[in-house]
Each structure stands twice: as C-alpha cells, then as structure tokens.
Ligand binder design. Structure first.
Ligand SMILES: [Zn+2]
Length: 112
C-alpha cells in the first residue's frame, strides 16, 4: 500500500499548506481540500540529533528540511549516509517512532 502525507489546499487561492493551519497563509481563507504531497524534493539543510526521547529505538537521527516539487517545505527524517545540501531526495512514508502500540508514521527521505 502506498501511503501519502496530506497537504491542505486553500479552496480560494489554491495555496498548499503543510502542516495544517487554521487560516491560509496567503489569503486568510479557512476552507481547505486535503491533497497528497509529492514525494520528490530537494534537501535544503539538515542536522543530526543525538539526545532523543526514550520512545525512539535508535541512538541518533538525521533531520532535514526538504523542499518538495510543489514548493512546500517539510521537516522530516533522512536515511542518507552523507547528506548534501541541494541533493535530490525521494520520500517514503514509514513508521518513524513507536510509543507502546501506537505507531507514528512520517515521511523519511532517501537519496534519489
Ligand atoms: Zn488561500
């Protein structure tokens, strides 16, 4: 099954917001249609985290800000050995964290 992360497209001006906002950041309208976000993008910047909360099962993660093909920017985990700013990345929806039986899914980016 192909999972998607949804963005929210303003019904008035078509601007896509992610994550969800109560009002459109461009025109202030308050009605949206959910739209699947593209999975291809460009890595803008990244950082490595070594002090994680206890519900992570790994010692460290790499977080990046990715600009998707439609211009939406997303913070997400990277599974890239040597990330470089500007590199092309491909996203996949995966379990990123597990608290008891609750699985938390999010986008994870790989080299493209
Ligand atoms: Zn709008």
């Amino acid at each position: 099954m192909q999972l998607d992360i949804l963005g929210y497209q303003c019904k008035k001006c078509q601007t896509i917001s992610y994550p969800y906002r109560t009002l459109c950041r461009k025109c202030g309208h308050d009605a949206f249609d959910p739209v699947p976000l593209p999975k291809k993008g460009k890595l803008l910047t990244f950082t490595q985290l070594f002090t994680l909360p206890g519900d992570f099962e790994v010692n460290d993660i790499t977080l990046g800000i990715v600009e998707l093909e439609n211009g939406v920017r997303m913070t997400a985990q990277l599974k890239i050995d040597a990330p470089k700013m500007g590199m092309a990345v491909q996203g996949k929806v995966e379990v990123v964290r597990q608290a008891g039986y609750d699985k938390c899914r999010g986008m994870v980016f790989y080299p493209r």
